[in-house]
Design a binder for this molecule. Structure first.
Ligand SMILES: [Zn+2]
Length: 400
């Protein structure tokens, strides 16, 4: 791989460093904002713990952006050239081997931060139930799986190169990668999540009947509501909606079931159904895939024109590390979209369950999950995928 011309490298470096400085300012604002939050009716020690947890998370948010930039520096500053010299990825098979090695090293590069977050945030605040051995097993399993999936995706998406001109091969490669992502969305709840957690059906009884009645009322005929043993790894209580096609399902963590009474579980399920009925996954990933396809179709030609010469698979690896680092100005847009989805799902839940139950569930979950009730305005604009607790609660009270 021939290196980037100095002018392009300098523009890239300025862009990335500007993002890093902005992230530092945002983390500092959030840190300062949290330090000034007045304790409500909760005991001072509980309040302090929530504040320190939020501050520690803001710090790790910044460290995550620093890590993204560091990986760009490692790979584009010589790592990719070194690997390309060792493997010579000029054919399909050597390209796949190159991706497997690249993914394995990239996984290793991500380990210090992941371990740091576990040590200084999850373990320190007691939200992780894993000990070091359990964490090591998890990291090994998820890292190995990521390398395997990256290798399979490369084998599937790289074949157009060599058979057609680059101007056609790149968009086609992007489309194939999107098809692979869709297959992953299908496989995740069916094949992958059961490797890490146990999923069971809701036992027959009053709660199951209540939830089925609410699903009928809301017109969301989703056959599967599963309970996941999230308590094996974490104390955090949550619920999520996942899957595509017939693998669509709502998953409630056992920690959530333990924390909330039936009316509140119904309200949380109604919120998740709101995501399903409003098509949030399709809308969000439709936009994301559109952006990625545009970047994959345009950027390789731009980088070639700027003097970067490399085999397509090396270019693809460079894009893989570059795109998330370059895309920081898009963060507020994507976060705002996610917060809008949360409000839409809340409105749906307020129509089909008791709004008061959703309010009390939310209040309980915010406290249980150590979320501070407010966030700094600018930090929230960039990083809040859910609206700050107090804003969300006050909007929900309009439905009561
Ligand atoms: Zn939600």
């Amino acid at each position: 791989m021939s290196g980037l011309p100095w002018t392009v490298a300098i523009v890239l470096a300025v862009w990335l460093l500007a993002g890093l400085v902005l992230e530092a300012v945002l983390a500092w604002r959030q840190w300062r904002h949290l330090a000034r939050v007045e304790p409500g009716r909760e005991p001072a020690a509980t309040h302090c713990r929530r504040i320190r947890y939020g501050q520690r998370r803001a710090l790790f948010q910044w460290l995550a952006s620093a890590e993204t930039v560091l990986r760009v520096a490692v790979w584009l500053g010589g790592g990719l050239s070194l690997l390309a010299r060792a493997v010579t990825p000029d054919g399909w098979l050597s390209g796949v081997v190159f991706v497997a090695l690249f993914a394995a090293v990239d996984q290793l590069l991500g380990q210090p931060l992941r371990w740091g977050r576990w040590w200084a945030v999850e373990r320190a605040f007691g939200t992780s139930r894993l000990d070091a051995a359990g964490m090591a097993r998890d990291r090994l399993a998820s890292g190995g799986l990521a390398v395997l999936l990256a290798t399979l995706a490369a084998a599937w998406a790289l074949w157009p190169f060599g058979l057609m001109p680059a101007a056609v091969a790149w968009p086609l490669c992007g489309l194939l990668a999107i098809a692979a992502a869709l297959a992953y969305f299908w496989a995740r709840p069916n094949l992958i999540a059961p490797l890490f957690n146990r999923f069971t059906s809701l036992p027959a009884g009053a709660l199951r009947q209540r939830l089925a009645a609410m699903m009928d009322r809301s017109g969301a005929h989703l056959s599967d509501v599963r309970i996941m043993d999230g308590s094996r790894r974490s104390t955090l209580a949550n619920a999520y909606f996942a899957g595509v096609g017939r693998s669509k399902r709502i998953v409630l963590l056992d920690t959530l079931m333990e924390q909330l009474p039936p009316a509140e579980i119904e309200a949380v399920l109604a919120h998740e159904l709101g995501h399903f009925r409003c098509g949030h996954l399709q809308r969000y990933y439709g936009l994301l895939f559109g952006l990625i396809l545009a970047a994959v179709s345009l950027l390789p030609a731009l980088l070639s024109a700027a003097g970067m010469e490399a085999a397509p698979v090396v270019m693809a690896a460079a894009l893989f590390v570059l795109l998330p680092a370059l895309a920081w100005p898009l963060r507020p847009l994507l976060s705002a979209l996610k917060r809008r989805y949360e409000y839409e799902a809340d409105a749906f839940a307020a129509r089909h369950a008791e709004p008061a139950a959703l309010v009390s569930a939310l209040r309980r979950l915010l406290a249980h999950n150590l979320n501070a009730p407010t966030m700094d305005r600018w930090y929230a604009a960039f990083h809040a995928t859910h609206p700050p607790g107090d804003e969300r609660l006050s909007r929900l009270r309009c439905y009561m």
